[in-house]
Design a protein around this ligand. Sequence first.
Ligand SMILES: CC(C)(COP(=O)(O)OP(=O)(O)OC[C@H]1O[C@@H](n2cnc3c(N)ncnc32)[C@H](O)[C@@H]1OP(=O)(O)O)[C@@H](O)C(=O)NCCC(=O)NCCS
Length: 177
Amino acid sequence: MTDAERTVREREDTDLPELAAVLRGVYAADGYPVEGIADPPAWLEHPHAIQHWTAVVDGTPVGQVTLAEAHPDDDAARAWVEHTGGSVTDIAVMARLFVDPQHRGQGLADRLILALRHHAHLLGRAVVFDVMAKDTAAVRLYDRSGAERIAEVTHRFNDGLTEPALVYAFPEPRGAG
Ligand SMILES: CC(C)(COP(=O)(O)OP(=O)(O)OC[C@H]1O[C@@H](n2cnc3c(N)ncnc32)[C@H](O)[C@@H]1OP(=O)(O)O)[C@@H](O)C(=O)NCCC(=O)NCCS
């Protein structure tokens, strides 16, 4: 048996059907995202996306991440502005990170995050994001990856539901822009 070929590249539109199927499995396994996934392809098309990346194993999309413009009403953006006194135009938001449960623990999320951080660095933006405290694999990953935990917040969703969440930021890019 040969080793699987694992790559991370910019997302292509043709990845969407497979990523939507992966997302259904992630929701069944992990309850991510908490809002539910009534329409996976629509959820994957983040309304403020800057760029998306796909993790591919032996030619098959198995996970993804999105870098998006920050908006003042995002939990993560609001916490970052309060924490630093900076402007939302200095940051971009990491969102929609997931990996197929069958392909976890192989560094794919690490590689997706690295690609996203590199792009944000080229744009001269710091990367901020939030994570539900219950998503413990993600929290471990972020704590290990050098991200700074800057706030604990309450994520409000689906007309009245709440979930404890943590906000992180990667250190600001130096000399970028
Ligand atoms: C969080 C998530 C994206 C991580 O994906 P992943 O590809 O398994 O992450 P990685 O492989 O990069 O790292 C996970 C673990 O594998 C380990 N690992 C990384 N590379 C490895 C390798 N080559 N061999 C063995 N283990 C490895 C890491 O050390 C890490 O260990 P930890 O669990 O002690 O932190 C995935 O669990 C997921 O999709 N969760 C549900 C959705 C979610 O919560 N998304 C986050 C939203 S904010």
